[in-house]
Design a protein around this ligand. Sequence first.
Ligand code: TRP
Length: 466
Amino acid sequence: MPSDALKAVVTSALLMVDIDPWSSQVSTDYGRIIEQFGLESIPVAQLPNPSMHHRRGIIFAHRDLSNILQAHSRGEPFGVMTGLMPSGKMHLGHKMVIDQVRWFQEQGADVTIAVADLEANATRGYNLADCRNIALEEYVSNYVAMGLDPEKTNIYFQSRRSVVQKMGFTLGKRTNLSELEAIYGFKGETNLAHVQAPLVQAGDILHPQLDEYGGLRPIVVPVGVDQDPHLRLCRGLAGKTNWFNVNMRKNTGLRITVSVMDENQHIVAGDKATKKQVFSDIVDELRKLGYSDILADAKHGIVDLPAATGKDRYPIRMALLKLERRMGGPGLLQPSSTYHQFAVGMTGGKMSSSMPETTIFLTEDLKKMEKKFKRSFSGGQATVEEHRRLGGNPDIDVAFQYLKFFFEENDSTLEEIRRGYVSGNILSGELKAMTIEKATDWLNELAELRDQNSHLVSEFIAKDSL
Ligand code: TRP
């Protein structure tokens, strides 16, 4: 039986229309989230070297991950992006995101990490100097210890990278208060720094595509579902800047439509000759990609490719974004994203850094860690006799869940433990002892790596943010 706290979260999620990324409540109904937000399931079989989070269905959904997979299989560059609010101590929830960043890095991604000091200032009231200290001492030192490669990792502060703020500002033109109200539930009394934070975050996510930050390439943002509102906003903003849209046609094939906006109307809706040139440029790009059946209808601003299929979308998009850039447009690809489930908090409710008893910090004292597991929510029976007879429930057992989410890499070992627990052979106390042992090894190793690699911290920080 789930705890009352968990039940309350699930029930409130069923009533909730939107997820608020700053709230401490989180939905756990993942099937419904996929449907409601129009996400896709992770194609585990298509992933190169799937991680334990993929194999176990913990990373359960995505948007446009195929862009990343296609870039990867073509040997083209791609990047991974994440951000952190430096507001407290890093805990197991953060480890999960960094594990994913490292996985993408191992598959060839470059890494950009935003220290969201402006957001922490706007939404949590932290001053920028404190943010800086917390970020360096607590966050960056743990990134280093968790194995990110300094050569391929670029960490910057929002307050120091003016192009991010500039993009946040200019992207603001593509949205309005009503949309932000609909996405985030902002009200008349919401302060404007809070309204700006998601726009700056869109700048975080999109700016790695600028020429001076690596150029046009797909960027993936691994997040928990609570962050999806930011992704939806950012994808919408990027999409609205696109001069050329590539979509499935009603029956078969792909359709390219030209968007006329203030910035490009003198080109794409200019005089006849200019407009004709735009269409012949589009057709040239498509020919270069190997298409011969191309139906260009300049009058209606449409180019059809009857023989193209869904997987052709990515190379066509990339070619047209490059063309857009040559014509003077921003040429921004909508970001990809992946979504992971949340591990249950140690007391059975939500994991939150503001409730230390619900999680393990990356610098946690071993004795305290042990105590937290000993007190943690258990899926075992009330007495040993009952447990031997009925078995435990690993789905709600914190010790088991933490092996699954964080500490046991080996699938068959995990499965053995699960069976032992379900059958009643393994008692709750024994399961907790196993998890404590694993967690001890992990915390010890992390502490060692933090010490050994502390000299690398400054190598991770971008020049503009040193
Ligand atoms: N909003 C994120 C948080 O609450 C932090 C963040 C800022 C971020 N910029 C980002 C996350 C870009 C992912 C990508 O922690």
